[in-house]
Design a protein around this ligand. Sequence first.
Ligand code: UFG
Length: 343
Amino acid sequence: MDRKCILVTGGAGYIGSHTAVELIAAGYDVVIVDNLSNSDPSAVEGVRRITGAEVPFVEADCCDDGAMERLFRSRRFDAVIHFAAAKAVGESVSEPLRYYRNNLLSLLGVAGQMERHGCDRIVFSSSCTVYGEADELPVTERTPRRPAASPYGNTKQICEDILRDATAARPALRAIALRYFNPIGAHPSGLIGELPRGVPQNLVPYVTQTAAGLRECLSVFGDDYPTPDGSCIRDYIDIVDLARAHVAAVRRLLEGAAAAPFEVFNIGTGRGVSVLELIRCFEQTNRLKLAWRIAPRRAGDITAIWADPSLARTELGWQAERSLADSLATAWQWQQRLGSGTK
Ligand code: UFG
């Protein structure tokens, strides 16, 4: 059989490593490129152990044109999934130039090599952050994008625009942007998961580190939002479900099934969950008590967002299958495996 080879940039990261596993399970060859700036080679080892595949790993920066040229010359890629990017919202506000340089140049570098080497299928890691605080919920792909609230969010919008314009200019090129909601959980094998550096900024790693005794107490940022219990609402999507959405997107591109040169899909569950609901579910699922307190609102947080994922269901044949409890169980299992190691 003619096996297709997928280049996964940022494949040592949280979403990239889980996606590599699902691609291999679906019969694709995978090459991972990652500069390890916010990831760990142990994730690549985890992918190899789960799949039993060799999984070539290239340590390189997607902004390094020379390294990308060598990589694309080394073998033919049928498609690219481009994850490699910096992703901390707060950090992007204090270091905007680094965020713009890194996130834009890495996409431009990869897309340039694709053009030079005749690779014309790309899946891009976008975010529901492009919707900002939407007027109507759930958000569909037709919900207007809002001016970005952070340089990070702006890089996601600009990268979507770059791909839209590039597909318009080059007829063979096809791109899909997946707008993720909030990815959580870990691989059920316990071999890969999220490895936050320093104090976690995101809710679930903070919850698991608090439960493990690494943090004293979780701060719930605000209980005076106009939601049923006063805390913010998000759409938490299991990491394995999210990874499988990428396989569905790659398949659509390689089968020539895309309805337009550039497509976007929401990747969420369709269910909004409040911070307090998530805490309760974590406690019940894992049979423990979490130390938490109400704290002031966090600057930049929106009140509520959740997806209408029906386009992904009808067009990609994908839908979320794992429950919030499933994800919170694997997240806790992963934290216990890490022990006091927080990387
Ligand atoms: N939260 C807390 N305490 C914490 C951390 C988070 O109460 O210690 C709350 C937040 O206020 C928010 C919810 O938990 O209501 C989720 O917060 P996260 O930081 O986990 O996720 P965000 O929704 O803020 O951000 C995520 C991604 C971003 C992306 C954004 C788009 O991390 O990359 O969604 O909305 F840009």
